[in-house]
Structure formats: C-alpha cells, structure tokens
Design a protein around this ligand. Structure first.
Ligand SMILES: Cc1cc2nc3c(=O)[nH]c(=O)nc-3n(C[C@H](O)[C@H](O)[C@H](O)COP(=O)(O)O)c2cc1C
Length: 336
C-alpha cells in the first residue's frame, strides 16, 4: 500500500508506533521497523542525551530500516535539555522525529537543519494547522479515544479526522483507537494517509514490558479506561486500577482546587513500577479505549502483516463488493 506517509518516511506500510514512555525502547522500535512500519524510540525515557545516543545505536544494530525518535515537550518548569537530545538524534543519524506535547516551533530550525522530517502529534485541527505553518512534514491527529493525553477538546476521531482532512495540506495519520485492518481502512476513508498506534503495540511479544501489562490489556474492555488530571488541564487517559481509583477519589474531594502535589503518589514514578515490575495497581499509566479491541499478544510482524492482509481484503472484497453487488446477484454481497 502506497500513501503519502509511506512515501514521506520511506516505509513499506502506513503504520507508525507512537512514542510510549517506558515501552518505546529499541526492541519495539526495531521490531516495528523490521516489519515494514515506522518504529519510534521514546526520547525522554532515556534519562540523559548520552543514554538516548546509546539507545539509538542499539536500535541501529537491530534494524537497517528507518526508525524515529519521539520528543515530548512537557509542561514543566525544569525542561529537559532538548537541544542536547536533538544533537543525540542528529549525531545518531535519525531522520524522523515525532514531536508531541507543546509546539515544536522553537526547535524546528535545529531539526530542519539536520534534515530531519518532523511529524507532530496533536489533538486538534488548530494545532495541526499550526504544525503545518511552522514547517512540520506531517501530523499525527490524536482523537479523544487515545491512550495518553487527548487534550481538552474531547473530539473523537470520527469528527476530528475528516475535519483535519478538510483543512490540512500536509499528510496526516490517524491516532487513537487504531487496532486493526478495520481501523486502517476507516482512517484512510476519513482522509488519513496511515495510522499511529500506541496501546495495540504494547500487547506484542517484542514490547519490552512485564507480561502483566500485556495480560491486563488483553483482559480489559473498552469500559476500563479513565480520564484523570482534568482539573489540571493535563488530561490523561489511563487504565483503571487501585491507584487510579484512589487518584479519582482525591480529585473528587479536591475539585477545582486540585494541585499536582495532591496526586504525586498516584502519577509520579509509576511507569517503571508498571512496565518493569508489573505492579498493575501502582497508579496512572496511559492506555487507550482500544483495549476493548485487543485480544491477543502476537509478534509485531504478525500484527502488521495481519492488518495489511485484512485491509486488502476489506477494500477489495467488502467495499468494492458493495458496488459490484448493485450489478451482480446477491451471492457476491460482501460480508465482513
Ligand atoms: C503507555 C503509553 C505511554 C505513552 N507515552 C507517550 C509519550 O511519552 N509521548 C507521547 O508523545 N505519546 C505517548 N503516548 C501516546 C502514544 O504515542 C499514542 O499517541 C497513543 O497511544 C495513541 O492512542 P492508542 O493508544 O489508542 O493507540 C503513550 C501511550 C501509551 C499507551
């Protein structure tokens, strides 16, 4: 399948693995790239630019295919040394960066001078247009369904993607709620040139996280995510657990007076406890509503091959079948 995204990034399939804290290590990124998608290392999971340089080198040992690095611009006063992280990316020869969080405007000259293609992940049409205006090459349009930070507009992809298609000139991928071939074909129909998946890629053999996390994803239903930190205007969609229930209780008590310090136990330092130790009640970790569609733990290649094979089937059989059915007898009527 050829789309503006496969052409832009030089990849075989229009499937991107979004940056994920404590998940997007070289093992997962290289597996996705080797399977023909675009794997992404999560920059800030590496505590220093030197460690990121090592992770990039490790990933390069595991794949000859293109891969990217995610740089999340956090709403914090003590910002990480982003210029040094960008230097590590440039010196590591990485040519694709996924930015997220705040606008990457300030860092665009450095990224562009290094010949890096930038895909900015954002949750609204206005931020997508801003990304286009500052020279981003593509956008990852992240709907309300998504795991992680859906923003404050609560706009689901069924509306957000066609709105993005109406306004954007640069290509975009659909992010949030994407799990399978049906998601890919629907995203293409809505105007996207590919998909970005987070949660789905955690439940794969190569994702370097504790097996408890993968089993929790398989066991969860679409009713099991919660939105937290809304009062802080830093809304995050997470998988519910005892820590999250406690957090929501504190949020109820404090109301609009909530401060980040009130919930530090439930949100700070949680990722290593969950992803490495498998402590599933530790607190808030990002997870999308798409958990309701995840029922197995395949290899990354099995997952991507399955998506592409079934997407072709849906397009050639089911969709064109509807058109052919108007000309031929009912036996060719397409079913799923
Ligand atoms: C466990 C987890 C950690 C994440 N960490 C980050 C992150 O550090 N930076 C970022 O830009 N996005 C992060 N995301 C968001 C994903 O890159 C992606 O946009 C999102 O998961 C898409 O929604 P989906 O989970 O429905 O596929 C994270 C998502 C998950 C599930």
């Amino acid at each position: 399948m050829k789309t503006a995204i496969t052409e832009l990034f030089g990849i075989e399939h229009p499937i991107i693995q979004g940056g994920m804290h404590y998940v997007g290590f070289a093992e997962l990124a290289s597996a996705v790239s080797n399977a023909g998608g675009l794997g992404i290392i999560t920059g800030l999971t590496q505590k220093t630019p030197e460690l990121l340089a090592k992770e990039i080198a490790r990933c390069r040992d595991m794949t000859d295919e293109p891969f990217g690095v995610n740089l999340t611009f956090l709403p914090t006063f003590s910002a990480p040394p982003y210029p040094e992280y960008i230097a590590a990316i440039r010196e590591g020869g990485v040519k694709i960066v996924e930015t997220a969080g705040r606008s990457p405007e300030q860092y665009m000259p450095a990224l562009k001078a290094a010949g890096i293609k930038v895909i900015h992940k954002c949750t609204s049409v206005r931020h997508s247009l801003k990304a286009e205006a500052i020279g981003c090459d593509a956008v990852s349009v992240d709907g309300f369904e998504c795991g992680g930070h859906p923003g404050e507009d609560d706009m689901p992809n069924m509306i957000l993607l066609p709105r993005a298609a109406e306004e954007l000139t640069i290509p975009f991928v659909a992010s949030g709620g994407m799990a399978d071939a049906r998601s890919l074909v629907a995203a293409l129909a809505l105007g996207a040139a590919g998909i970005n998946m987070g949660t789905r890629f955690i439940a794969t053999r190569e994702a370097p996280v504790h097996d408890n996390v993968k089993q929790a994803i398989v066991a969860a239903t679409e009713f099991d995510t919660r939105l937290v930190m809304r009062a802080l205007r830093n809304t995050e969609r997470v998988l519910t657990n005892k820590g999250v229930e406690r957090l929501i209780e504190i949020e109820r008590e404090k109301g609009r007076a909530l401060k980040i310090d009130d919930i530090l136990n439930e949100v700070a330092g949680v990722y290593p406890k969950v992803m490495i130790d498998g402590d599933m009640d530790a607190g808030a970790w990002s997870c999308g509503m798409v958990v309701g569609l995840i029922n197995d733990v395949p290899t990354v290649k099995e997952l991507i091959d399955r998506i592409m094979t079934e997407a072709e089937h849906i397009i050639r059989q089911r969709l064109t079948g509807f058109l052919d059915a108007s000309r031929t007898p009912a036996k060719t009527l397409a079913v799923a």
